[in-house]
Ligand binder design. Structure first.
Ligand SMILES: Nc1ncnc2c1ncn2[C@@H]1O[C@H](COP(=O)(O)OP(=O)(O)OP(=O)(O)O)[C@@H](O)[C@H]1O
Ligand SMILES: [Mg+2]
Ligand SMILES: [Zn+2]
Length: 288
């Protein structure tokens, strides 16, 4: 089949569609040159037709054309990325109060400096963590910033197009209680996320039923070979010395894969309550 008429048609259309800038000019060879970068915008391509060679004039892109195309591609990619990240965020199940928890807003003090460093390392080296199914166990008193720190990792990863689910056993049990059929769907969904954060382990009911569900969920995550982060008010000591076999089975799987990270210090909630109290006090006593 003779392709030449098709190729010629394409070249002709390319020339017709070429937008000529006011500053563009023609060179001595009669071909269009860009008035900005001075690269040719047209060229002659020899084309073999039978045993003859025909000179085919066609449009080519100059540096400016290539820059514009590149920029457009970047913008499209960015839009695509942003849409993808927004969708990941939607699927992350994260509480709205933690949506703004980011490393840049992480306030440090003596007690949590090391934890910030560890969390940042964990987030930036997540590929390696995932390879090793390495998780974290954030334990410590009420209000010491465990959930906040976990959310900082989650938001960092979401911004880097990594799927994260941040949920709690309390929430999962609530869903399963309403509809038993949801259990396998939830487990499947947790198995698809690269990182799962289980917030507040130990806050769920301690019925046989609830403990069995928690075990199933942790065990399936453990077997998926993907990492998890847990936050808890339970002490490391209490978890390590647990004698109740129902819990021991759960904690054993956690210890095997999660690096323990202690959170200490004054509760951030107390801190902010104290600050509000002092602000109010000075407001009320200002004019004395
Ligand atoms: N490093 C931090 N920088 C700024 N704000 C913080 C920091 N850590 C915690 N907070 C704030 O303090 C509040 C309590 O922290 P968080 O909920 O993380 O505590 P927690 O250890 O998970 O408590 P609990 O054991 O009750 O679940 C949060 O609302 C959070 O915004
Ligand atoms: Mg918490
Ligand atoms: Zn140009």
């Amino acid at each position: 089949m003779d392709l030449f008429p098709i190729i010629e048609g394409i070249a002709k259309r390319g020339l017709e569609n070429q937008v000529i800038k006011e500053c563009d000019y023609y060179g001595e060879d009669g071909l269009l040159v860009c008035g900005v970068c001075h690269e040719p915008r047209q060229e002659i391509a020899p084309w073999k037709v039978g045993d003859k060679t025909v000179d085919l004039k066609r449009a080519r892109s100059c540096k400016c054309d290539r820059d514009i195309a590149e920029q457009k591609k970047r913008e499209e990619q960015m839009k695509e990325d942003m849409e993808y990240i927004a969708r990941l965020r939607e699927l992350s199940l994260m509480d709205t109060k933690f949506k703004n928890a980011v490393f840049d807003s992480f306030k440090t003090n003596k007690e949590n400096e090391r934890n910030l460093k560890l969390c940042k390392r964990y987030a930036t080296a997540f590929d390696k963590m995932m390879e090793k199914a390495q998780g974290l166990l954030m334990w410590g008193d009420v209000g010491t910033g465990k959930s906040f720190a976990a959310a900082c990792i989650a938001n960092y990863l979401l911004d880097h197009k990594t799927s994260v689910i941040m949920t709690s056993f309390v929430k999962i049990l609530e869903i399963i209680d309403k509809d038993r059929d949801e259990e396998s769907a939830i487990i499947a969904r947790l198995g698809r996320a690269k990182l799962v954060i289980f917030d507040d382990l130990g806050a769920e009911r301690s019925t046989d039923y609830a403990i069995e569900k928690v075990y199933n969920i942790i065990d399936s995550r453990y077997r998926s070979g993907l990492p998890m982060i847990l936050t808890t008010n339970l002490t490391l000591d209490a978890m390590q010395n647990e004698t109740d076999i129902r819990y021991k089975r759960i904690f054993d799987r956690i210890f095997e894969t999660c690096y323990p990270m202690q959170f200490t210090g004054v509760s951030w909630r107390m801190r902010s309550a104290y600050q509000r109290f002092s602000e109010m006090e000075s407001l009320l006593t200002d004019n004395e």
